[in-house]
Design a protein around this ligand. Structure first.
Ligand code: NAI
Length: 474
């Protein structure tokens, strides 16, 4: 049996499901195919982000932060907490509930937008100028015929060859979100986004956390001033971070033993109850049938696309983690919308220079655009202004004065080239900076905009004023 669609999207992660909704909004008959199921076997659209990534990690970050506040943050507010207890099973169940709400939300959006959803694995059978034939299982095999195909199959955790995931002792992002008991000793390989976020969750819940990072510098791609502040704060929180290490062996027994060489080439050993491996992700094209239809992949397994997400096959597009560029949910969403609009003959543009980055630790770390180091390396003259949250009235009232906001602007034109924020609600504050950069604002533009008082956002305004050495409150 076969069904015809104007647009078929493979993958219902943030890139895929948003692409399907946009295609349907544009009047196309649209289907979305995704194989993810809950433990009970019901559909679980939303991909890694919804099921074992962005959403559940934020649920646990919030719960663990409340726990940490109740443990030692409330006293200075005059709130005494006695008999504080951790009910981890309930915390994990709440996280699952948040995930389920998001799964259901996507199913509702599909229905509302008349997107046909198939909870199945899609395999490419044939691609021609007339369209693609996609098998989605069943007996007899069911086939979708797509005039346009958008592949949004995402990525999987990259395993360390020395330590394959078993999700019991050696955990990917999946297992790291569901440890049934707080491990006394938790090891993490890779001090990237997942390592820091998961390390923060379990540290706040009581684990001794050690993070081993291969690169010599901590958060080496992040603005240096911000990376140094982050390292200082994480160390204060008790996260042990060793950089410049080389992992030599990982042995499983009652505990997990990691043999490694430290930055000074000394042989060292770390013994932990659980080990999270968070060393990046690999594109997921497994089972897709790329070779059978001649879909081109690059040497690292990413689907090859041009600047507008066209693959080498006519009418076949690919977006999100399975193609080049940052592996971020919001980048995938932007590409998904843009591709749907291109299919409709429109001319959208995704601006890679204004994609925000956020690490949801405490303090939160967020940035957009270029760092001081990158500008120096490029030989571009700039002026930078910083403003500490310690000088912001709202942050003082909040009791969270760590970090700063920094605005970097071109020395000649004053155009904003980068904004770097580490501190309370940085993930929300960065949106103003993204907007400013998207409209090619100058630092003076930000400085002249009226910001509510008292608000954390005044720190961005003050940092913009500081570019011209005229901050008012510092
Ligand atoms: P990542 O790329 O952020 O960090 C991986 C880290 O592991 C790097 O610092 C790398 O130098 C290190 N590493 C690599 N091989 C190593 C080895 N053999 N030994 C020790 N260290 C090693 O990757 P991560 O944290 O796994 O996250 C995967 C993806 O998911 C990233 O692209 C990230 O952007 C995305 N993500 C985004 C989030 C957000 O936006 N808040 C949250 C979680 C993940």
């Amino acid at each position: 049996m076969s069904k015809n669609f104007d647009v078929v999207v493979i993958g219902a992660g943030p890139g895929g499901y948003v692409a399907a909704i946009r295609a349907a909004q544009l009047g196309f008959s649209t289907a979305c195919v995704d194989s993810w199921k809950t433990a009970k076997g019901t559909p679980a659209p939303g991909g890694t982000c919804t099921n074992i990534g962005c959403i559940p990690s934020k649920a646990l970050l919030q719960s663990s932060e409340f726990f940490a506040h109740a443990g030692h943050g409330f006293a200075e507010h005059g709130i005494g907490v006695q008999g504080l207890q951790l009910d981890l099973a309930r915390m994990l169940a709440r996280k699952e509930k948040v995930v389920a709400q998001n799964n259901d939300g996507i199913l509702y959006l599909f229905k509302k937008n008349k997107v046909s959803f198939f909870n199945a694995t899609a395999t490419l059978r044939e691609a021609s100028a007339d369209g693609c034939r996609i098998a989605i299982g069943g007996a007899p095999e069911e086939t979708l015929i797509a005039r346009n195909l958008i592949i949004a199959t995402g990525s999987d955790a990259r395993a360390l060859p020395l330590a394959p995931f078993d999700e019991k002792q050696i955990l990917s992002n999946d297992g790291a979100l569901s440890i049934p008991e707080v491990p006394k000793r938790l090891g993490i390989i890779g001090a990237g986004v997942i390592g820091l976020e998961m390390g923060s969750v379990w540290r706040r819940l009581g684990s001794e956390v050690t993070i081993l990072e291969a690169l010599p510098a901590f958060l080496g791609t992040v603005d240096g001033q911000m990376a140094r502040e982050a390292q200082k704060q994480f160390t204060k929180q008790g996260l042990k971070i060793e950089t410049g290490v080389s992992i030599k062996a990982v042995t499983k027994g009652a505990a997990v033993t990691v043999d490694y060489q430290d930055a000074g080439a000394a042989a060292k050993q770390l013994v932990v109850d659980k080990l999270i491996v968070s060393i990046g992700r690999v594109p997921n094209t497994e089972g897709l049938g790329a070779a059978a239809v001649g879909l081109a992949l690059d040497e690292r397994g990413f689907i090859t696309v041009d600047d507008e997400c066209r693959t080498n096959l006519p009418g076949v597009w690919a977006i999100g983690d399975v193609v080049r560029g940052p592996m971020l949910a919001h980048k995938a969403e932007e590409e998904g919308v843009a591709v749907a609009e291109r299919i409709a003959g429109q001319h959208p543009h995704v601006n890679f220079n204004t994609i925000p980055w956020v690490i949801y630790t405490s303090p939160e770390i967020a940035w957009v655009g270029q760092s001081e180091e990158a500008l120096k390396a490029a030989g571009r003259a700039y002026r930078a202004g910083s403003f500490p949250f310690a000088a912001n009235g709202r942050a003082r009232a909040l009791g969270d004065t760590t970090g700063f906001a920094k605005v970097i602007a071109d020395a000649a034109t004053d155009e904003v080239l980068g904004v770097h924020i580490i501190g309370p609600s940085a993930s929300e504050l960065i949106a103003e900076a993204v907007m400013a950069m998207e409209f090619r604002a100058s630092s003076e533009d930000i400085a002249r905009i009226c910001h509510a008082h008292p608000s954390l956002s005044e720190s961005t305004k003050e940092a913009a004023l500081a570019v011209d050495k005229r901050a008012l409150n510092f």
